[in-house]
Design a binder for this molecule. Structure first.
Ligand SMILES: [Zn+2]
Ligand SMILES: [Zn+2]
Length: 168
């Protein structure tokens, strides 16, 4: 999605577009798929600096970090950015990014904002019970009969010693 910043010189502009970011699913193992991102951006121009305010909306298919089932969740976020075009009189400022040309490709900014907004340990639901460590069944769907509290006999001896230590 390209932005012609100079169109905002006379009056603020509003642009809408769609950005496809398949790389997000390739680089984030917890993301199975991401829908095209709807981008709505407002640009205004003061003291030779362009200010962008963008709202992003999409839908992400996540892989639950406990049960590994996939589920879909809406994702909305926003970002603001201030840009100056190289060679213009805009004052240099740490918070202002310098771009080579007034024609700006918005995709990298959108990708960065989405990466920050993604869930890193997504859960299909808050109380997801995950997979049984013994048989691997999905405990949200059925309760197996495995005893997962079983303790290795060698560890049991150690636990015994530790609890004796505590009491002395
Ligand atoms: Zn789950
Ligand atoms: Zn089990």
């Amino acid at each position: 999605m390209q932005l012609e910043l100079e169109q905002a010189k006379r009056r603020p502009m509003h642009v809408e577009g769609v950005v496809e970011l398949p790389r997000i699913a390739q680089e984030n193992p917890q993301v199975a798929r991401i829908q095209p991102v709807v981008v709505r951006v407002d640009v205004d121009f003061t003291k030779s600096v362009y200010r962008l305010r963008a709202a992003l909306a999409t839908e992400v298919e996540y892989v639950c970090s406990r049960c590994l089932e996939s589920f879909t969740a809406p994702l909305q976020t926003e970002f603001t950015e201030r840009l100056r075009v190289l060679g213009t009189e805009a004052a240099a400022d740490e918070d202002i990014l310098t771009v080579d040309s007034p024609t700006v490709l918005l995709d990298p900014y959108v990708e960065q904002a989405l990466n920050l907004a993604l869930e890193y340990r997504p859960l299909c639901r808050g109380d997801c019970r995950g997979l049984c460590v013994e048989c691997g069944c999905n405990l949200n769907e059925r309760q197996c009969s495995c005893d997962t509290r079983r303790v290795d006999p060698r560890l049991a001896v150690l636990q015994d010693l530790l609890s004796k230590d505590d009491s002395e």
